[in-house]
Design a protein around this ligand. Sequence first.
Ligand SMILES: Nc1ncnc2c1ncn2[C@@H]1O[C@H](COP(=O)(O)OP(=O)(O)O)[C@@H](O)[C@H]1O
Ligand SMILES: [Mg+2]
Length: 242
Amino acid sequence: MSRGFFITGTDTGVGKTLVACGLAAAFRDAGFKVGVMKPAESGCRNEKGRLVPQDATFLKAAAGSSQPIERICPYRLGVPVAPSVAAAHAGVQIRPDFLVRLYRDMSAVHDFMLVEGAGGLLVPLHPSYTYADLAREIGLPILVVVGNRLGAINHALLTLEHAACLNLKVSGYVLNDMESEKTPATDTNADTLAEMTRVPCVGRIPFLRASGPGTGAPQETRPDLGALFRRHIEFDNLAKIT
Ligand SMILES: Nc1ncnc2c1ncn2[C@@H]1O[C@H](COP(=O)(O)OP(=O)(O)O)[C@@H](O)[C@H]1O
Ligand SMILES: [Mg+2]
């Protein structure tokens, strides 16, 4: 049985990559050999004719993975839309069977796998195949990153309830304080969600500011990311339940 998590979220831009990097760093610090995948990444930058996947690059660095980026992120796409649409635009078709095989090969040589989706659970990799289908086929339990902002309750409950309808294994959700400003919604979402779902909250990530004065480095690459996540997630539980 595979160990690890499939990281999905309530939306795009809610902190999936940051949370996946934080978990990768925390598990790596604890001595796990961590494998990462971003099966498809759209909106890649074109650098001298090569499409560079930002999320996959952050994941590889956080996990300390020696796998080539082409295995971590086999479908690198330029247009910033759902992978199925970006792939069609590029004249390629995403092959779920290929992704599943690649995942199995990767999981065989790692202790622990983290796979980041794109957008939310029902984003298509293919017109008739979503990330929910992929999560089921690879057999990883999902972790839902909930961006703590106005609208989060609805998005979180829709995601969790649909995952339950599909009989996906759900390990929990991580509440991510992705906005610097507090609002009535960000102050109350944690309690409201806890009242409305039995799915456990396995961590709450505070809004992260630059780690040192004048450093514009991305949060995903900060050297203390693993330690920071150890403090803010239920690490021992997560290591046990996967
Ligand atoms: N807790 C946080 N504190 C500070 N910045 C955050 C936090 N969570 C996310 N961000 C920033 O918000 C942006 C979107 O996050 P990202 O992880 O890329 O989202 P997703 O993978 O869901 O699209 C990134 O620039 C990331 O560094
Ligand atoms: Mg991302």
